[in-house]
Unconditional design. Structure first.
Lengths: 420, 284
């Protein structure tokens, strides 16, 4: 057989197999070239910058570059007792360069973060060097130690040694309320100062509850939309699609109006006698507001995938279940519900992913309890300008989202996302 | 949804409870949009229904805030609207071109690493906006495009393309490739085939993807907050600052205009979807 197939030639005299392979390859390249512009664009403007966030978050080269001779000399130092003369000499030479470039202030600030009290002794040393008080012919160790008693304290030298590596995980530890202790081990922040853990838990809690609320409200209406005759369901679909297409800020604004103390919801509660007029509950600037507004805003993302799955389920399946003796509840639970699980997975994970990165709505209606991880990242980007910490927090959040996305991909497949 | 006459009472009760609950959810979804509408015609400065409005007193209603929106002194809305439209239109065009090309490549059965590439192309939709914002800001700051229209447009192209890729790929999934082959065999070159055969057939998908991209850009605030300088504020940024500082009814007038705009977009998108379904022969 094989000898026969080899003999099949194209009109150009090339074996068909070769010619076909060539054509396939050409098609492959053609298809790839169509995708290439967008892929290249995204890599340059998006994927690499996210990678850059990572290098930025672990970058700690500043001191490494400032004190090269010191760290070279420190390699031989065991770090238990005061360092030997060479370390002091190296530090002195590095420091002289810094003073010449007027960069010693940055060093002091950075070291002060590592151990309190560095700022003042760095300044003292700077003054001595500027006045040429240090004699390079005799022991530099003795002279530096004389300047301030902290220079005689081994803990300060240990702190300098800790800053030697060009990369640090400190920002990630800070994001989890941990830090490097003096001996290099990882320690927990005092209990009353663990703000980041509270933020992570709050973000997770809000995302989880919003997903549950969206599911509980979205499932029945998706079912109704899928089972009603087309002319009614098209009309009701507008109720889902109009909020979906409306600006997020418009919807947040309307919730701010509805939920305020003199707002429509409170008016209604007073009217039906649920609460007294002078005792209107605060529904905004707390978690209630965040839950209500976020549920309404994300509900369409739950309803649409559920609807597209439910639409494909034939109504005769339920009838068959019932005619075989199941009560409507049993028929629903055993027949209908399992068929909708792909839609549930898609909807829940979509809502969860969107909710966990939410920023605008909680900031506007959530008050102090509406500060989530995203708000915190924005705060560090814009106010404290601690960009490496913001990057670290962002990447920790991204890791979480990617795990969820991976599960989503396994369960439903990314290319099964449908819109509208 | 009439129940058959033989339905037992408890299922009857359950059914009415179900209908009632669904009604509640639909009201929950749509009602917030309708609160804005009457309040934007409030004659007073407060964001609550005044006594006059409750009694439908004509004096309690006015177009004052719409006037303020258009002619108000040092009002930011004119500039913001201009910026929003310029940015959204260019971002949409960019997203459509890049996204459609990519979708054409992705739906070819010769495409290598399809799943992986699709995951990368869709990632801007999945990655939380705040992270996209930080990353894009770092990039734009490095190449000197922060606080420029170009920077914001490029950022919105990043965020908008996934929608175009998804809708166009979906349209192409029902696409009969033999028509392009027929065109080629009749002597048409690839560009001509695309313009005369493929594009008209996938146009509904392209336009509805473009609508998504437009709305994404028009409504986007997180990334713009990072990138925008004073000259590039957009409508959402203005609303964000307005809602944070003082809630003026002018915002409601703007919001009403935005709701009208989104209604128009919804109608267009819906008509396109039906047309596309009819063309693909899956309409019922």
């Amino acid at each position: 057989m094989s000898s026969e197939t080899k003999q099949i030639l194209t009109t150009d005299g090339i074996p068909l197999e070769v010619s076909l392979k060539k054509a396939e390859k050409k098609n492959k390249i053609k298809a790839f070239l169509l995708v290439a512009p967008l892929l290249l664009f995204l890599f340059i403007t998006y994927v690499f910058p996210i990678g850059e966030m990572f290098t930025r978050s672990i970058d700690d080269k500043m001191i490494t570059n400032m004190l090269p001779k010191t760290f070279k000399a420190m390699e031989k130092w065991d770090g238990k007792e005061l360092p030997p003369e060479e370390v002091f000499a190296g530090f002195y030479l590095d420091f002289k360069v810094l003073v010449k470039n007027q960069e010693q202030g940055k060093l002091g600030q950075r070291l002060n973060k590592e151990k309190n009290g560095f700022n003042s002794i760095v300044k003292k040393l700077m003054r001595q060097i500027k006045r040429n008080k240090i004699d390079e012919t005799i022991s530099i160790k003795e002279q530096i130690m004389k300047i301030h008693k902290r220079w005689r304290n081994v803990e300060y030298w240990q702190a300098i040694k800790r800053t030697a590596p060009p990369y640090t995980m400190a920002k990630y530890l800070k994001g989890m309320d941990m830090y490097y202790a003096a001996d290099g081990s990882i320690a927990q922040v005092d209990e009353d100062r663990r703000i980041h853990r509270i933020l992570w838990l709050r973000t997770l809690e809000i995302a989880l509850f919003v997903t549950i609320f969206c599911f509980l409200m979205g499932y029945p209406i998706a079912h109704l939309l899928a089972t009603l005759p087309m002319k009614y369901s098209n009309l009701l679909m507008i109720c889902v699609l109009l909020p979906f297409w409306t600006s997020l800020l418009v919807r947040t604004a309307s919730w701010m109006i509805l939920l305020q103390q003199q707002g429509v919801v409170n008016d209604f509660f007073v009217m039906i006698g649920l609460v007294a007029d002078n005792n209107r509950p605060e529904m905004m600037y707390n978690k209630v507001g965040t839950y209500v507004a976020m549920t309404q805003i994300l509900l369409p993302f739950m309803v649409l995938p559920l609807y597209s799955v439910m639409k494909t389920i034939s109504p005769s399946l339920m009838r068959a279940g019932k005619s075989l003796g199941g009560t409507p509840f049993v028929a629903f639970w055993k027949v209908y519900f399992p068929l909708t699980i792909p839609g549930i997975g898609a909807g829940c994970l979509l809502v969860f992913i969107l909710a966990i990165g939410y920023y605008i709505t909680p900031a506007l209606v959530g008050g102090a309890s509406g500060t989530l991880i995203s708000n915190h990242i924005a705060y560090h980007m814009k106010e404290t300008l601690d960009w490496s910490f913001a990057s670290a927090m962002g990447l920790m959040l991204l890791t979480g989202v990617l795990v969820v996305y991976w599960i989503y991909n396994k369960l439903v497949g990314v290319d099964n996302i449908k819109l509208g | 949804m009439a129940l058959p006459t033989y339905t037992e009472t408890r299922y009857r009760i359950w059914h009415y409870f179900y209908i009632g609950f669904c009604t509640f959810v639909f009201i929950f979804l749509i009602a917030p949009l309708f609160v804005i509408f009457p309040l934007s015609f409030n004659a007073e400065e407060f964001l609550v229904f005044s006594e006059g409005m409750k009694n439908l007193d004509p004096d309690a209603f006015s177009l004052r805030w719409y006037h303020e929106m258009v002619y108000g002194t040092k009002n930011p809305w004119g500039l913001a609207a201009k910026n929003s439209f310029i940015i959204a239109i260019f971002a949409t065009i960019g997203s459509i071109i890049l996204g459609t090309l990519a979708a054409l490549g992705l739906s070819s059965r010769h495409m290598p690493y399809k799943g992986l590439i699709m995951a990368v192309l869709i990632s801007p939709m999945i990655v939380p906006l705040i992270i996209s914002g930080v990353a894009i800001f770092f990039f734009m700051a490095k190449v000197g495009l922060a606080a420029t229209h170009t920077g914001i447009i490029l950022a919105h192209i990043i965020l908008g393309t996934p929608f175009v890729v998804i809708t166009v790929t979906a349209t192409l999934s029902g696409f009969d490739h033999s028509v392009t082959r027929a065109a080629s065999s009749l002597g048409s070159n690839p560009v001509n085939t695309f313009m005369k055969i493929t594009l008209p057939l996938i146009l509904p998908g392209v336009i509805s993807g473009g609508l998504f991209a437009f709305v994404t850009s028009f409504d986007e605030v997180v990334v713009v907050l990072f990138l925008a300088g004073l000259d590039n504020t957009t409508i959402p940024v203005q609303m964000w600052t307005g809602l944070r500082e003082q809630l003026s009814p002018t915002i409601l007038a703007v919001a009403t205009c935005l709701i009208i705009l989104s209604t128009l977009i919804l109608v267009t998108a819906e008509l396109l979807r039906r047309r596309s379904e009819r063309l693909r022969g899956i309409s019922r």
